[in-house]
Design a protein around this ligand. Structure first.
Ligand SMILES: [Zn+2]
Length: 151
């Protein structure tokens, strides 16, 4: 991978999306899909609450907004939180080569599974991401449990 790729700068885009989610009354998880040069192809955030649609996760939103790409092997999915099984499945299905996560403390999702499949997973262990989501979960535990498929 090129040394010019700045994962922290990419994460800042995903965090911006997550904060937009909070401002809309939604769940603070944001994501963006980048190419290897660090160009944003698509960005988005979880809109389960805003749209009443449980399929709009940060990753799927960013993925859809990026439109059709010839290959995903050389793309980078950046998300504020480790991807859930649904979004890990998306990464697997389209062979996205690299996943950068803001944190995996609050939720581990499928990152070990993805690593086992040969996906490059970078965990930035961002305090900002941990704090943002932890505060949300403490305030809205029911919304959070619904999002991760827990009863
Ligand atoms: Zn997801």
């Amino acid at each position: 991978m090129s040394g010019s790729v700045d994962f922290e700068a990419m994460l800042a885009v995903a965090i911006e999306e997550a904060r937009e989610g909070i401002s809309e009354g939604g769940i603070p998880i944001g994501a963006a899909l980048f190419d290897m040069e660090g160009k944003v192809l698509g960005r988005g955030h979880n809109r389960r609450v805003q749209e009443g649609d449980p399929s709009v996760h940060g990753e799927t939103d960013a993925f859809r907004k990026a439109g059709r790409q010839r290959s995903y092997r050389d793309k980078i999915m950046v998300t504020t939180l480790a991807p859930c099984w649904y979004c890990s499945g998306l990464v697997r299905q389209f062979n996205i080569g690299t996943v950068v996560v803001g944190e995996s403390v609050t939720f581990q999702g499928g990152i070990e599974w993805l690593r086992g499949l040969g996906v490059k997973v970078v965990d930035l262990n961002s305090k900002e991401c941990i704090t943002m989501l932890t505060e949300f979960i403490e305030s809205y535990p029911a919304v959070w449990n619904e999002d991760i498929g827990e009863e």
